[in-house]
Design a protein around this ligand. Structure first.
Ligand code: FES
Length: 164
């Protein structure tokens, strides 16, 4: 009887706004359960969504033919190609070195690789260094909207120009 009275006394000592230890533990465990449920749902959603990266598309537009006047020899770094135009003839040559994949730059004689010294002529044929083969030429076509399209998925024989 004395013990019950004592317990009542300690409960009565709690003022409004104070919480008991039990209630605090209930709150914490409920919060923990809720948090772990949220994390679980989120991680499952992350697994459902595919994490595929598709990279740069092989076929892309490089703009109108008039953007490349005769005599143009310009590298488009974002696509790793060099667009060459002489008169009506236009082509797109890869600027990725066939040795180990460094990016070649244009030089007076054609292309030069800064990594191991490979040299290519104006058409991308190897003239020196360790490069095992010529720089690829890519198919160029005219899209319905009048812009030039390069398809890096389709290599063509060097010397095959597009008339634009
Ligand atoms: S990567 Fe170009 S010469 Fe080696």
């Amino acid at each position: 009887m004395a013990m019950a009275k004592k317990a009542n006394t300690s409960n009565e000592e709690l003022t409004e706004g104070q919480i008991t230890r039990r209630r605090m533990l209930n709150w914490l465990s409920s919060f923990g359960l809720f948090g772990s449920a949220v994390v679980s749902i989120f991680s499952n959603l992350v697994f459902i969504k595919p994490r595929a990266t598709y990279g740069q598309p092989n076929r892309f537009s490089i703009g109108k033919p008039e953007n490349f006047p005769s005599g143009t020899r310009i590298t488009l770094g974002e696509h790793n190609i060099c667009v060459v135009r002489e008169g009506e003839k236009l082509c797109a040559i890869s600027t990725v070195c066939t040795h180990l994949g460094c990016i070649v730059s244009t030089s007076e004689t054609g292309f030069a690789c800064p990594c191991h010294g490979s040299r290519y002529d104006q058409d991308g044929n190897v003239t020196g260094g360790p490069a095992p083969k010529a720089l690829p030429w890519y198919k160029v076509s005219l899209a319905p909207n009048g812009e030039l399209e390069v398809d890096k998925g389709e290599e063509i024989a060097p010397g095959t120009y597009f008339n634009a």
